[in-house]
Ligand binder design. Structure first.
Ligand code: XMP
Length: 508
């Protein structure tokens, strides 16, 4: 039995954060769309109804049948979740006089309520809602208030139903983790057994049973996820696993060589394929970002497919898919900003079954599992790098020459981050070549007319949102100097100070 908490998604941006907090408490949880509660699943020990951009009065607001779980297991409503429960069970929800947004303090707290065990007076919370609860259903009582929000939290302890109008999952709710822990551990009774060691043991066992004596193919990208998936599979089935690492020619400087060596040291059975000629040829003259991405995605599949077909008795295709890649999140706008392409996606006629051993893990958990498997820190702590590589960091058409200019600049930046002890403080970093822009400079007594390079470094926890990293000026000055002096063709360096949103992390 894998006990778990179900988090019902009503479209809020912070739903994933709730799941991350629970996992940090060594408790397994799943995010499911609001209407997909797994009725009858005996492993479910509690439910959280998360937030939503809608008001309970919006005609398109998401509704759920509460009788599926109320009275059967503990329930916690957060923000919209709390309002929905109150509204549905006979309380009253009304538009607030002014939108309640930002920091607030709980001026009264009933610490006899198990949800608020250990809470300090005036505990700071984070509010973000347009409606507010103005009357509670029968049998519910108020257990916390702020000076503006009377029913900041409620409880119906006999039914084990709780609601909070603030967001315990966000960092600014200072005792939010305590509240979630009170719910998950004390009220739902989680045994907190979800850990990397436990995950490795059970997954290795499951993979052995699932795969038996079959052969498995896995596409490596050099990134953390596919590498950890490979090492995990290697532990379970050893030489039955064949890994394929495609070099499209737009990786970082020396990346292909270095990563191949790392993989070999880890005992993996890897085929390295240099397909750069094909990629450069197909990308010739292409400047439009989405077109570049589509060509690279298609070429990847073709190259990978051709290699995979050589392993004629393979039965499985393994991928380093992780949980955030699969969460069936309610994308309310439905708009595609960028199409992200990864290795894999073999044509269906190959009849390979899919094996995704990391499909339940968040990124930080993948790293913990990698450490548990004894992988070297430089492989585990590696920054994310986009599948299309430097192709989406060269603005304009791609040539081998431009790639090598960018590789040099990027290498100075990344090596500098490592030397200055800054590498692990940023989520990801890289250089961008503005190959269609030229500006005037002066070197020695000569006029130059060359391209600028932009440097991008961001802090983030999941790449959904990001802030530009406030790197020290001295560091930026040194890197700028080194790039302009050492990289031919570059005479200007800029630092990107845009956050996401409204910008994105990659430039294309
Ligand atoms: P954006 O640019 O959308 O990037 O803010 C968010 C994160 O995704 C990475 N990224 C990709 N990863 N294939 C990948 O595997 C892709 O096509 C791709 N495009 C962007 C990006 O580096 C950042 O970490």
């Amino acid at each position: 039995m894998q006990e778990k908490i179900i988090i019902l998604d009503f479209g809020s941006q912070t739903t994933q954060l709730i799941a991350r907090r629970l996992r940090e408490m060594d408790t397994f949880c799943e995010i499911l769309p609001y209407n997909k509660f797994p009725v009858g699943d005996k492993d479910v020990i509690g439910v959280i109804l998360a937030g939503s951009p809608y008001s309970v009065y919006d005609p398109e607001a998401f509704k759920v049948d509460l009788s599926q779980f109320i009275g059967k297991m503990p329930v916690l409503g957060i923000c919209y979740g709390a309002q929905f429960i109150s509204h549905t069970l006979g309380g009253r929800v009304e538009p607030a006089d002014s939108r309640e947004y930002g920091r607030a303090n709980l001026t009264t707290i009933d610490t006899t309520c198990p949800l608020f065990k250990g809470f300090e007076a005036n505990s700071q919370v984070w509010m973000s809602h347009g409606d507010t609860i103005t009357a509670l259903p029968d049998g519910f009582r108020c257990v916390a208030s702020t000076d503006k929000v009377k029913f900041a939290a409620y409880a119906a302890e006999d039914k084990k139903v709780f609601g909070v109008q603030f967001h315990p999952e966000v960092f600014h709710s200072l005792q939010g983790t305590q509240l979630l822990k009170n719910f998950v551990v004390d009220i739902c009774g989680s045994h907190q057994t979800w850990s990397p060691a436990n995950f490795v043991d059970t997954t290795v066992q499951e993979l052995k049973e699932q795969i038996g004596n079959d052969r498995v193919i896995l596409g490596l990208s050099g990134g953390v996820d596919s590498s950890v998936a490979a090492v995990l599979l290697n532990r379970a089935i050893g030489r039955q696993l064949t890994c394929i690492f495609v070099d499209h020619g737009m990786l970082r400087k020396d990346e292909f060589k270095n990563v191949m060596r790392d993989y070999e040291c880890l005992g993996l059975n890897v085929i390295g394929v240099d397909a750069s000629d094909k990629f450069f040829k197909d990308l010739e003259g292409v400047t439009e970002p989405e077109k570049k991405r589509k060509i690279i995605g298609r070429d990847f599949v073709e190259v990978f497919d051709a290699e995979a077909k050589k392993i004629t008795d393979a039965k499985w295709l393994a991928q380093g898919t992780i949980y955030p890649d699969r969460i069936e999140s309610l994308n309310i706008t439905g708009k595609v900003i960028k199409s992200h392409h990864n290795v894999g996606g073999l044509p269906e006629e190959m009849h390979l079954s899919l094996c995704e051993p990391l499909k339940w893990l968040f990124k930080d958990e993948v790293r913990r599992v990698g450490r548990q498997l004894g992988m070297p820190e430089h492989l585990i702590g590696r920054h994310p790098f986009p599948g299309p590589g430097l192709a989406v960091r060269i603005l304009g058409a791609i040539t081998r020459e431009k790639v090598s200019v960018l590789q040099e600049a990027d290498n100075i930046f990344i090596q500098g981050l490592r030397d200055w002890g800054l590498y692990d403080q940023v989520w990801q970093a890289g250089a961008i070549l503005l190959s269609e822009v030229r500006s005037v400079g002066v070197m020695g007594d000569e006029r130059t007319y060359e391209n600028p390079v932009a440097l991008r470094a961001v802090t983030s926890t999941d790449a959904m949102t990001a802030d530009w990293a406030h790197l020290p000026y001295d560091f930026l000055a040194k890197v700028s100097n080194d790039i302009i002096n050492k990289v031919r063709g570059v005479n200007r360096v800029c630092y990107d100070i845009s956050s996401k949103p409204p910008s994105t992390i990659e430039w294309e």
